[in-house]
Design a protein around this ligand. Structure first.
Ligand code: BG6
Length: 281
């Protein structure tokens, strides 16, 4: 099976087999699709822009160098609204996995917002039953900088009412909907049944998050991403977003590994390597 770069669509397709593939859009290095055994695992809004005029609504947008509103630039930073370069063509490795590597570096536009020199290297690897996205953040300048980073993964679920997400028990979280902080999670398996927007500290460690529906069980594990954001806009907030399907909230949940509750400091020349792995059980 061939992997290909679709220059017209500005995307890369990794093919593991006839019914197992992943697509990465060069705008934001956003993974827009992951099909495992013929079934799409990621939610992508049918109303999403994919022409580079707005961040892609769905898949796995990459949030850097700031999670949330930001005094220097757009919400969630500029990585998801930048055009990335392919630095390693899609290739099939000896174990059968297929992989590609993209890069983003500072330019006049990014330095105007955030005056730092950096290199982001993003490796996406597709296996028979798993997807791994690994990010390296390198400080290529001569002064330290600080940032937050997050892999904003939108999972596709057949019915949110029958979906359970675990890996938060005992973790402290801040709740953006309730306006509370330092709440301790007492639920082992969370059922998302309302607008949820929480930043859990040290969540999913060491066992990861299980995202389960009656049909599919996905295990999300992560490295060097201590926090996890759990988000679903629910009815009103979904309707208020021009690029979100009005009923799309019923078919998605965002479980987003990140380094967000504290800012990561990188000294000149240093690199942070972080990743998520999602496995279909
Ligand atoms: C989540 C945030 O990660 O992203 C939410 O916790 C936010 O507060 C959501 O609403 C979507 O953000 P955006 O910028 O893609 O609309």
């Amino acid at each position: 099976f061939g992997c290909c770069i679709n220059t017209m669509a500005n995307s890369i397709t990794l093919d593991w087999s006839e019914n197992c593939s992943a697509t990465i859009h060069l705008y934001g290095a956003t993974v827009t699709s992951w099909i495992n055994n013929g079934k799409e695992q990621l939610f992508l809004s049918s109303k999403s822009k994919i022409d580079g005029s707005k961040a892609i609504r769905g898949g796995i947008p990459l949030v850097f160098p700031n999670f949330g509103p930001w005094e220097h630039g757009p919400q969630h930073g500029f990585a998801r609204i930048s055009w990335w370069k392919i630095i390693e063509q899609p290739t099939k490795m000896s174990n059968g996995d297929v992989t590609t590597v993209l890069q983003l570096t500072d330019d006049d536009k990014t330095r105007n917002m955030w005056n730092h020199q950096f290199l982001l290297t993003y490796k996406v690897t597709l296996g028979e039953n798993n997807l791994t996205t690994k990010l390296e953040v390198t400080n290529t300048g001569s002064e330290q900088f600080d940032f937050t980073v997050l892999l904003h993964t939108y999972f596709r679920v057949s019915d949110i009412n029958s979906c359970k997400v675990s890996g938060f028990l005992g973790c402290n979280y801040s709740d953006k909907v309730e306006g509370t902080d330092n709440v301790s999670e007492t639920t082992k398996e969370i059922v998302v049944d309302r607008n949820i927007d929480r930043v859990y500290r040290l969540a999913g460690q060491p066992d990861g998050h299980l995202i389960s529906t009656p049909e599919t069980k996905l295990m999300l594990t992560k490295i060097n991403l201590p926090d996890t954001v759990l988000w679903n806009p629910w009815t009103e907030k979904a309707a208020a977003m021009s690029d979100f399907d009005d009923l799309g909230y019923l078919n998605m949940v965002c479980v987003e590994p990140g380094y967000v509750s504290q800012r990561k400091i990188l000294c000149a020349g240093e690199t942070l390597t972080c990743s998520q792995n999602i496995t279909v059980l």
